[in-house]
Design a protein around this ligand. Structure first.
Ligand code: HEM
Length: 149
């Protein structure tokens, strides 16, 4: 669908820079997920209601923290599969089906999450490479939101 291309070189950069997030002192899946979803809820306040089942009213709760771990683990799996297209498609396709099963989750919401990731990651990653990230992240987000309205 998209014209941007995640080259092999782009994928190497993104995978290395992503790994740095989880070794940095301020890293960690919960902290990073919290930052990403805080920005998402600023961009798309209505999306918050989708997460009532996981206690979004208290974003520091164990329930919402667990949601952050699930999301960030899914993103971790996808980004680490960037250089293996069939594996990537299988991983993102599975997550697309999980999201299609949740009424109210839209492509627009995922576009906002893409924006959030592109805004937050430069704060966590030294020498953030915006071209490599936008080239590779776009396909991942497309894959996870494939089939949503
Ligand atoms: C980086 C992007 C994202 C990734 C990797 C991701 C990954 C996941 C994963 C792995 C789950 C658990 C699925 C399950 O156990 O059935 C999940 C649940 C969910 N996701 Fe996402 N997600 C992302 C973005 C979004 C966005 C942007 C929205 C909404 C606009 C969203 C809405 C939901 C909802 C509503 C659930 C179910 C929560 C519940 O258990 O009640 N996700 N997501």
């Amino acid at each position: 669908e998209s014209s941007v291309c995640c080259s092999y070189g782009d994928s190497r950069v993104v995978m290395a820079q992503w790994d740095a997030v989880f070794t940095a002192s301020n890293g960690g899946k919960v902290t990073t997920g919290y930052a990403l979803f805080s920005r998402l809820f600023e961009l798309a306040p209505g999306a918050k209601d989708l997460f009532s089942r996981v206690n979004v009213g208290d974003m520091r709760s164990p329930q919402f923290s667990a949601q952050m771990v699930r999301v960030m683990t899914g993103l971790d799996l996808a980004l680490n599969a960037l250089a293996d297209q069939p594996l990537l498609e299988s991983l993102t396709g599975h997550m697309a089906a999980q999201h299609a099963a949740r009424p109210g989750v839209t492509v627009d919401g995922f576009r906002m999450m893409e924006q959030s990731i592109m805004e937050i990651m430069p704060q966590l990653i030294d020498n953030f490479n915006p071209d490599a990230w936008s080239n590779c992240l776009h396909g991942v987000i497309d894959g996870i939101s494939n089939g949503l309205s």
